[in-house]
Every structure is written in C-alpha cells, then in structure tokens.
Design a binder for this molecule. Structure first.
Ligand SMILES: Cc1ncc(COP(=O)(O)O)c(C=O)c1O
Length: 389
C-alpha cells in the first residue's frame, strides 16, 4: 500500500479525472477553499486594516513557506506574480554595456526566459544558447565550456520543461563562480518534485511559480536571492514596495530596503498568495524526498508502458537525469491530447516534444497504465473519435 495515496481525498479533482498534469497545473487542495474564504472574510470585515494585519508582509511570509521546500532560510524569498516578473527583476540588476555582457542559457530553456534575454541584446547583452543534439538534454561539458570570463549571468532551467531533463546546477554554479559570473536558476519544473537546495547548489538567484508541482494555483511566483548579494543589487525593475520607507512616498530616486523587500515592485497579488499557501504546506509535509522516490518509480513505469505500446519517449531514460514528467510522442499528438482531455485524462501537448504526462505524489499506479491504454484506444479509433474543432 502506498502511504502517499492517503492524500488523494485532499484533492477533489482526483475523484473524477485521471490527473497527469502537475507539470502544468497541480491539483487544487481542498484546503484552498478555506484560504480563499479567509481572504474574502478579511477583505470584507477588516478592510484597509488588513494591510497592517498581515497583507503587507505576505510576499515575504508566504515566501518563507517555500524556503523549506527549496533549502532557503526564512525571509530570503519574495513572492511576485510569476517567473517572468522575477526574472525581469534579476536581469534589471545588471549593466550590459561593458565587456562582461554575456548571458549563457540553453536553447531548450523556457521561452519567456529567452525572450527576456533577447530583449537585453538591445542594451548590449550577448546571449549564447547551448544547443541540444537530441531535443531532450543539454551536454554538461558544452554548457560549462560556454561559461567564460565575459559571462555576467548564466540563466538556466534546472529541469527542462520540454523533456524533463535535469541539468547539473551545482556544476554550472561552480563553473560560473570560477569565472566571476552569477547564476539565475529557473526551478519551476523541479521544486516540489525534485529535491532542490539553493544554498547547497550555490545558485545566486532562483525563481519558480506555484501553478505546477506546488499545487498553489496561478499568480504566485517566487524569487530567491543569495543574501550576501542583497546590498550589491539595485533592480531597475522596481516599485514603491522596494523602498526603505515606502510610506514616506519620497519622490526622489529609490532608496532600497535592506531586506528582501528590495526585490519587490508594486502591490502584491494578495488573493493568489492566500490560494497558494495550502499547496506549499502539503508539499512540505509530504516531503520532496518521498515525492521524488515515488516519482522516479512511477515515471520509470510509465516509460515502460509507453515503450511496450510502441510509443517514442522524449525524456531521459536514466532516472537521475529525469524530472517528474514523461513526454510521449505519438502520431497526431495534439489531437490525441484534445480527446484525452475530453475523456477526463488531464495531460498537455508541446509541439516538437509530444504529450506530457506527469504523475504526482497523489497518483495511483493504475492511472499510469490507464493513460497509456487510453492513448492507444484513441489512436485505434482515429479518425472517427478525433474530431478537431
Ligand atoms: C521552466 C518554466 N519556467 C517558466 C514557466 C512560466 O513562467 P511564468 O511564471 O512567467 O508564466 C514555465 C511554465 O509555464 C516553465 O515550465
């Protein structure tokens, strides 16, 4: 008996759906209803006083719930809306006009991350993306070789969204520091399913969001910044919440807060911060080590089922190189995915990769085989069953 299955009753959607999509939208915890209700109650009864009674501090107090999941200390994480704003904050700390103007990333990094780096080419940055030969992984030697004395920032995803390949963040951070560069890690696809310890890995910045493995819903992205860097960093993307004395409403140039507030900007997304907390508490309680153990077993089984069915798998075969998702490439993958959703099998499709299938700690072993068999059934019934609208 799998003890983690006792959590299933906490996630209502599991009663009616085969939920294999925690890499995209984790299941909503039942407790999130209570948190959303608490938000409405606070707003409706406390009104403006709510800011002084917790709302103002929430970007940091809620961030501290994530600290224990990713190895940071309380107070070291601030909540923003998403990874894109967190990355923009970090990228705005640097001057790109000098000789050290290189950003190293991987060609398979999440598009938002690359869009922002490309945009910085307009102000002098040089983006170097390390290619993938097989569309699944990025050779570590190539990544390390690309990091040199002209590199200012290495901006990499810990786990690649397209294939679930895990990059060696520790080795990347070590190399970056040897040549005087800093590392911004996108840990969205690892935090909550693959153990992450930002202190031990030595990354300088880490960002992710709550929508996926953390089961926290949209609107709550987090940013970790290495504490000793704080006094040296002055984000150009900023706002009044980052000011040392925000309520002085000083009209001059910003005087940054000394704590993690310096990485904030404007009014936080308070409802999203209420909604997100239950997921963080549950993930911390279950423990990422236990989640990882189960995930490695279930993803291996899923790969076996997919291969037995004759499907191509676009994720690493070596369990230690693979995050929580298995990408299954079948003919007409997009249409098959639409039909799966119609039949209450929740997965998604990424062009050039395939159908992304992800069990989480609340998934049963039966659901793995069921998902692959449903794909087979749909393919057999095509084109009749697959009417693309
Ligand atoms: C690795 C990774 N980074 C970033 C994002 C999204 O970023 P944002 O929070 O800005 O929507 C995703 C998925 O949506 C992702 O998989």
């Amino acid at each position: 008996m799998d003890p983690l299955l006792s959590w299933r009753k906490e996630f209502p959607i599991l009663e009616t759906n085969v939920h294999m999509i925690s890499h995209s939208l984790g299941a909503m915890p039942r407790r999130a209803y209570e948190r959303m209700h608490e938000y409405a109650e606070t707003w409706s009864t406390r009104g403006i006083r709510a800011w002084e009674e917790g709302w103002w501090e929430m970007p940091v107090t809620v961030g501290s719930l994530i600290s224990r999941i990713i190895g940071a200390a309380p107070g070291e994480i601030v909540m923003q809306q998403n990874v894109s704003t967190c990355a923009a904050t970090v990228l705005s700390c640097f001057d790109w006009s000098g000789r050290r103007n290189k950003i190293v990333s991987e060609a398979l990094n999440f598009p938002s991350n690359l869009y922002q780096c490309h945009a910085l080419e307009r102000v002098g940055a040089r983006l170097v993306t390390v290619p993938s030969e097989d569309g699944i992984g990025v050779p570590l030697e190539r990544m390390l070789a690309a990091i040199d004395g002209e590199t200012q920032l290495v901006f990499v995803s810990h786990v690649l969204f397209r294939s679930s390949f895990i990059q060696d963040l520790g080795a990347i951070a070590q190399r970056a520091h040897e040549v005087g560069a800093l590392v911004l890690a996108d840990i969205y696809q690892s935090a909550g399913t693959v153990p992450v310890d930002v202190h031990a890995l030595g990354v300088d910045f880490a960002t992710g969001g709550s929508v996926k493995w953390l089961c926290g819903g949209p609107g709550a992205g987090y940013l970790y910044v290495r504490r000793d860097l704080w006094p040296k960093l002055a984000p150009r993307f900023t706002g009044w919440m980052a000011h040392k004395q925000p309520f002085a409403f000083d009209a001059g140039a910003i005087d940054y807060a000394e704590d993690a507030f310096r990485f904030l900007n404007g009014t936080p997304a308070i409802p999203a911060l209420y909604a997100a907390q239950s997921g963080y508490e549950i993930i911390a309680e279950v423990g990422v080590e236990r989640i990882r153990e189960k995930s490695m077993r279930q993803t291996a089984r899923l790969i076996e089922c997919a291969q037995d069915a004759g499907f191509r798998v676009n994720s690493p075969r070596t369990p230690t190189e693979r995050g929580g998702t298995v990408v299954i490439d079948v003919p007409h993958g997009e249409a098959v995915t639409k039909e799966l959703l119609r039949r209450n099998f929740l997965v998604d499709y990424r062009p050039g990769a395939g159908i992304r299938v992800a069990p989480h700690f609340y998934s049963t072993d039966e659901e793995l085989g069921l998902t692959v068999r449903e794909i087979q059934a749909i393919l057999q019934q095509m084109p009749a069953a697959v009417t693309v609208t």
